[in-house]
Design a protein around this ligand. Structure first.
Ligand code: SAH
Length: 242
């Protein structure tokens, strides 16, 4: 099935977004490609998630997993990981990479979060949904689905981009036009999400916020770091009410 055909079947997905990730999919694991930022932030977010939720032995769902950078890293920490996405090619790349790397405890599926929530509610100890909410038409629906997929007391992690003049300057002008970290058109400012909005969606979905972190990029060292500054990139850790 082509990426576009898949998108038509899923109500809460943007066909253009899925096609965009599909076209780049063959470079997903190239650490110097347009996915360099994901490779760079991966160890940081992995440590944060593992420190809070203890990945070893847990059932983990990675929503919007793309080529599997985080899914595979979590599987290497002995979690049993399912990665889901609606873009076909990144899923193929993810599958192949896990096979070549000999990582057995990760599986990938092309299914919408909402559909999986109806099929398997309360199944996962940990659900991650990183750098994805800002690419969907109705992010609050994803938050509800993710909350349903977590077991009571389970952990839920989100990361996305804040919406304010500074994030416009850093995440779009800086990253896409000045530093060329990302292809132009990767992000759409109007789809960025304020922490207060994400907090409300979480609350309404029965998720209790446990911790927040910011992530910053230093153009001189070309490195990312976890910070307390949530004004551009930020992460939320929540638990489903028990
Ligand atoms: N979460 C991964 C990939 C982020 S890129 C990581 O952080 O490493 C964004 C991903 O979201 C892409 O793979 C894209 O195909 C996926 N995506 C966009 N809309 C989606 C939707 N409605 N449902 C599932 N995945 C979606």
């Amino acid at each position: 099935m082509s990426d576009t055909a898949t998108a038509t079947a899923a109500p809460n997905a943007d066909a253009q977004e899925l096609a965009k990730f599909g076209e780049l999919a063959h470079r997903w694991w190239d650490p110097e490609s347009e996915f360099r930022p994901l490779h760079q932030i991966n160890p940081l977010r992995l440590e944060w998630i593992d420190g809070l939720a203890r990945l070893a032995g847990k059932r983990v769902l990675d929503v919007g997993c793309g080529g599997g950078i985080l899914s595979e890293a979590m599987a290497r920490r002995a979690a049993h990981v399912t990665g889901i996405d609606l873009s076909t090619r990144p899923l193929g790349v993810a599958q192949l990479h896990a096979l070549e790397a000999g990582v057995g405890n990760v599986a990938y599926r092309e299914v919408a979060a909402e559909a999986l929530a109806a099929e398997a509610p309360g199944t996962f100890d940990i659900v991650t949904c990183m750098e994805m909410l800002e690419h969907v038409p109705d992010p609050s629906s994803i938050v509800r689905a993710v909350a349903t997929l977590a077991r009571p007391g389970g952990w839920v992690f989100f990361s996305t981009l804040n919406r304010n003049p500074k994030s416009f300057l850093f995440a779009i002008v800086g990253a896409e036009y000045v530093l060329n970290l990302l292809p132009r058109g990767t992000h759409e400012y109007a789809k960025f999400i304020r922490p207060s909005e994400l907090a409300r969606w979480c609350r309404e979905a029965g998720l209790e916020l446990q911790a927040t972190r910011g992530m910053g990029y230093n153009p001189l060292t070309r490195r990312y770091a976890m910070t307390d500054d949530t004004s551009v990139n930020y992460l939320y850790a929540c638990r489903r009410a028990g």
